[in-house]
Design a protein around this ligand. Structure first.
Ligand code: SF4
Length: 359
């Protein structure tokens, strides 16, 4: 063991449960733990956390940034004064994040007036700053300079990340896959959920898998008899090929999760409809959703766009989902009668369940 590998007490790193947490936490967990760091997670998003963020940033900032600010404050309240705020510029050459994600450390510096240490590594493949550089910058901030040790920690990060994706690709839910991945398990549970209807949700992970922000959209759909597919069920290769098949190009870093995922399910006719979930005022999402709406209309694929902000009420949100599902049921009833594929009682029971279940 080298000098860099910790005879001293564990050092802590606070990770806000927001933004890149939802895509990258399996990697962060494996990497930080292998570096010998103790991770402090902020609490799950609550109305209080949202309000704390809302109070500190200008009102036209998107909800996910306000939520991130709230999570940083939550970590400070927990006494954690070293906080991870990555600067994620571009994920591939000229494949960019939005300006708010790119400038996240600057936003945090400007809106939080309490003293703390920010770990703010940069990844910018357009400028030749690689993922390895990003990881090394984090390690250097904790006085770890042994390259072999850092490489081994990166490998540990990828192991947890790949295990997580092996499970989600097999249809295991986000929460279950995350729980098992960080515990070092890979479960192989047969996915036996049969639902008469299915949709694809195009959304950032930080909007969809944060249950306070999405208001448990996936669970609500499940109770309505609708299977929801997400970016976690599609390989990056399939998502990218689908964007190209539509004649479009990837510009945004999160484009595979949104355009690519919706395109994959639409082109393969694997779903009955598309749900776009985005934050009010998000520039990249408005472009990506418009693009998919155009292609969905051409293919007569039903689509709904749900926008969310801190004022979104659950009742109105549910009403819109119910109306959309109702329309899918009516549309599918016709198709199924014609093709004699499913029985009408299956659809009727989905509808009945929807009205009887409090979601
Ligand atoms: S992509 Fe949109 S929702 Fe996400 S941080 Fe940027 S502006 Fe906000």
């Amino acid at each position: 063991m080298t000098d860099n590998t910790f005879s001293t007490a564990k050092r802590k790193i606070g990770v806000p449960r927001a933004l890149s947490y939802y895509g990258n936490y399996p990697f962060y967990y494996g990497f930080f733990t292998a570096l010998g760091l103790e991770i402090v997670l902020s609490d799950k998003t609550t109305t209080g956390i949202i309000n704390e963020g809302v109070e500190r940033v200008v009102s036209d900032t998107c909800l996910p940034i306000k939520v991130f600010v709230g999570h940083v404050l939550n970590l400070l309240e927990k006494g954690c004064d070293t906080i991870f705020v990555p600067s994620l510029q571009s994920s591939s050459y000229k494949i960019n994040n939005c300006s708010k994600i790119r400038g996240l450390p600057e936003i945090i510096r400007n809106v939080i007036d309490k003293p703390f240490r920010m770990i703010e590594p940069t990844i910018d493949k357009t400028e030749g700053i690689s993922f390895k550089d990003f990881c090394s910058e984090i390690a250097h901030d904790f006085d770890i300079f042994d390259e072999d040790f850092i490489s081994s920690a990166i490998k540990s990060g990828w192991e947890v990340y790949n295990n997580f994706h092996t499970m989600t690709n097999a249809g295991i839910s986000y929460e279950e896959a995350l729980k098992n991945a960080v515990e070092g398990n890979v479960i192989k549970k047969p996915v036996s959920v049969v639902r008469p209807l299915s949709v694809v949700i195009m959304a950032h992970g930080y909007n969809l898998f944060d249950e306070r922000i999405s208001m448990r959209l996936i669970k609500k759909l499940d109770k309505m008899g609708v299977k929801a597919y997400t970016a976690l069920n599609v390989t990056k290769e399939d998502a990218l090929n689908s964007i190209r098949e539509l004649g479009e190009i990837q510009y945004w870093a999160n484009e595979l999760d949104l355009t690519g995922t919706a395109a994959y399910y639409m082109l393969n006719n694997k779903v009955d409809g598309i749900i776009a979930l985005s934050a009010f005022g998000c520039g990249p999402d408005s472009l990506m959703v418009d693009e998919i709406q155009y292609h969905a209309k051409e293919r007569k694929m039903p689509m709904i766009h749900l926008t969310i902000d801190e004022h979104t009420g659950e009742a109105g949100f549910v009403t819109r989902i119910e109306a959309f599902v109702d329309m899918l049921i009516r549309k599918k009833r016709k198709a199924l009668e014609k093709n004699n594929v499913y029985t009408i009682p299956q659809l009727a029971s989905a509808k009945k369940e929807r009205f009887l279940t409090k979601v």
